[in-house]
Design a protein around this ligand. Structure first.
Ligand code: NAD
Ligand code: DAU
Length: 350
């Protein structure tokens, strides 16, 4: 019996990781710690909430006293740390929140793990989930490997880079068994509609303008979220402490090509005349410091741990669009309340 802490388990990727771990490992006790910010939603976990090996704890990783007590109480064997402020646009509006959660929150967890694992690190692991954005921006050529130098540009990626450095420092200085993975853009069910794909699905559905930043020429490397969760499972169980693993789909799309593909799929699914949704495309002011291109080389993970993406992108995108169209209540739930206020604020000057 192992007790595993998953932070940020009520968020997009975290909920897929919690579901996978709870279902696949009935002999693990999975504790999901989440503050339930605007991005955290227990409705993401309805199907597993009554499982005997699952427990939810509401709490803030920035609260060091609370975190210390939690670790003393549960004596975790492993930590999979996903809790973060995750949206680049919000980090431009409010950078400080990102320092608190992403940097201080991570250091609080590292301190607590170090404290309870002082005498014996055998079988223990602190697994920090990071992003490809820490590597900065690529030109037309090149690909991020695990040895690419860090060069973050947004307050979000700067805060994630900082937390990665702390994780490595605790491994190197204190011998904390820790590792990191850096993943590319995820897509799939339960993603909060502030991120490109779910935001645009929701806008197309409601015939609202599609705010494309700049000329839509930026490139992202998209991975199905359930493939990310499978990679996290593989790395948690077979990865080596002190190592870094890149995770990505070898699946680069310019935003504008992706958006046009989404428009054509949505026209078909909503039985609209071909070309209807594309008319919603509106080019708006670019994101400040907008990284041009991300591309991830995940060959280390593929060769060493045998992981590879399971789903082709077009199939995954169809599945994702179907999910958002079918799960009307979920979408309504997350787009009511403060969402409209956020949307008006974020897009008012564009
Ligand atoms: P998300 O915003 O959907 O979820 C974040 C979760 O963390 C939410 O449930 C939120 O309530 C919780 N949280 C926030 N602040 C907290 C705090 N102070 N204490 C406790 N809980 C808190 O994020 P996501 O997209 O699922 O990303 C999860 C992790 O994966 C992040 O660390 C992110 O940097 C990383 N990542 C995301 C992507 C992506 O494409 N979404 C890609 C690579 C890496
Ligand atoms: O690369 C991994 C990262 O991917 C994660 O670490 C982040 O948590 C996650 O949010 C994501 O960051 P991006 O900034 O790449 O994702 P986002 O969905 O916000 O934007 C994708 C692209 O689409 C980006 O080039 C900006 C553009 N965009 C986004 C929005 C929200 C638009 O053109 N219009 C929009 O309204």
């Amino acid at each position: 019996m192992k007790t595993i802490l998953i932070t940020g388990g009520a968020g997009f990727i975290g909920s897929h990781v919690v579901r996978l771990m709870v279902n696949k490992y009935p002999d693990y006790q999975i504790i999901n710690l989440d503050k339930l910010t605007y991005a955290g939603n227990l409705a993401n976990l309805k199907d597993i909430e009554d499982k005997p090996n699952y427990q939810f704890v509401k709490g803030d990783i920035v609260d060091s006293n609370f975190i210390t007590k939690l670790f003393e109480e549960y004596q975790f064997d492993g930590v999979i740390h996903l809790a973060a402020e995750s949206h680049v646009d919000r980090s431009i509006s409010n950078p400080t929140e990102f320092v608190f959660t992403n940097v201080i929150g991570t250091v609080n967890l590292l301190n607590a793990a170090r404290h309870i694992w002082t005498d014996n690190t055998e079988g223990k692991l602190f697994y920090h989930i990071s992003t490809d954005e820490v590597y900065g921006s690529l030109g037309k050529e090149g690909i991020f490997t695990e040895t690419t130098a860090y060069d973050p540009h947004s307050p979000y990626s700067a805060s994630k880079a900082s937390s990665d450095h702390f994780v490595r420092a605790y491994h190197d200085t204190f011998g904390l068994p820790a590792l990191i993975s850096n993943c590319s853009n995820n897509y799939g069910a339960f993603q909060f509609p502030e991120k490109l794909i779910p935001l645009f699905i929701n806008n197309i559905k409601h015939n609202k303008p599609l705010p494309v930043y700049g000329k839509g020429e930026n490139i992202r490397d998209w991975l199905w979220v359930e493939d990310h969760a499978r990679a996290i499972d593989a790395i948690f169980h077979e990865g080596k402490a002190g190592e870094t693993y890149n995770i990505g789909g070898h699946n680069e799309w310019t935003n504008i090509d992706l958006i046009k593909l989404m428009c054509s799929i949505m026209d078909r699914k909503l039985k609209r005349e071909t070309g209807t949704s594309e008319k919603l495309i509106t080019f708006v002011k670019d994101r400040a410091g907008h990284d041009l291109r991300y591309a991830i080389d995940s060959s280390k993970l593929q060769h060493e741990l045998g992981w590879k993406p399971s789903l082709q992108f077009k199939e995954g995108l169809e599945k994702t669009i179907d999910w958002y169209l079918e799960n009307k209540e979920w979408l309504k739930g997350v787009t009511s309340g403060d969402y409209q206020k956020y949307y008006n604020e974020m897009y008012k000057d564009r």
